[in-house]
Design a protein around this ligand. Sequence first.
Ligand code: PHB
Length: 389
Amino acid sequence: MQTTRLAAMAVLAAGLGFGADAAAQETVKVGLILPMTGPFASTGRQIDAAVRLYLAQHGNMAGGKRIEVVLKDDTGVAPETTRRLAQELVIQDKVAILAGFGLTPLARASAPVATQAKVPMIVMAAGTSIITTDSPYILRTSFTLPQSASAMATWALNNGIKSAVSIVTDYGPGVDAENSFKGVFTKGGGAMAGEMRTPLQNPDFAPFLQRAKDAKPDAVFVFMPSGQGAPFMKQFAERGLAGAGIKLIGTGDVTDDDILNGMGEPALGVITAHFYSAAHPSPENKAYVEAFEKANAGMRPNFMSVGGWDGMHLIFETLKKTGGKTDGDAFLAAAKGMTWTSPRGPIKIEPDTRDITQNIYIRRVESVGGKLYNVEFANIGMVKDPGKN
Ligand code: PHB
């Protein structure tokens, strides 16, 4: 009798769409791919911490669904590994949303997986302009290099810098930063006294810095990916460029909050343009930094972390709008045009490009209470990705 009734209930449940599958359907899995080990592990650590903090503060329900994050470490250096993980997450783990993507080549390699499976792909870190054009299912909550590099060039022109040497890492975001800085700077009457590209893996900056010093520019403009700024800064000081009157300017990646305090003296006074500083003076950011440091043994959040935080916010708010529906087209339609106040300031997901528009701030490294911070002293305002104009 008991078994018969159970069997009958199972048949009924299956008929109504409440079978074994149904429990699974009540959960929305998010496949989070990050470099948790290897040379870019700080990016993975920061984004993972922000995602966990978001879930801790907001609970794990959105649009009536339970959100489950499945974290995979791609080690940050092999695009084919990231792409394989994205495929496995979609096919085997049945994730409804892909997220993370620490570096440009890893995001670009994974884009076809999002397109084929019609799965939303939230780029939380990588910053080359072109990425969002790789798939109609990509949304970006990080930044683009042209946003900060163009603002830096304008500031340089307005502040007596007439010649510059650029030193950038030789891959997508570095090339974007170089082109964008050079374009705005030379159009405004500035002169490039040299353009150099350093290798992504194990760079030795000494020969580049020596050539830059010999060119005697007013400033060196630098882009280094998050996590690589410290050795550059150390060698800039050791080679005596500051002593020779050469200013150091750049995108804020080089004075990354994750490692800034450890850079010491050489970082003081460095001017950068960027979208996030842990010292950003807003109530939202004060609350974010305090909660983040408390949950992570004092670790200071950097700009990568807010890409992760806002990526989770985008997922939660979009699922609320779709009533928990995750199919790529419904999700994208609901996400496009969304605006909110991030710890970094106001942000918008542009409906036409699916890319982020945000404030860019000009900052100077200063000692605040004995610790180094990027202190914002000018706000350029909301900047759409200039790389797409
Ligand atoms: C990227 O690979 O797109 C990237 C990585 C680190 C950065 C900026 C861009 O700081």
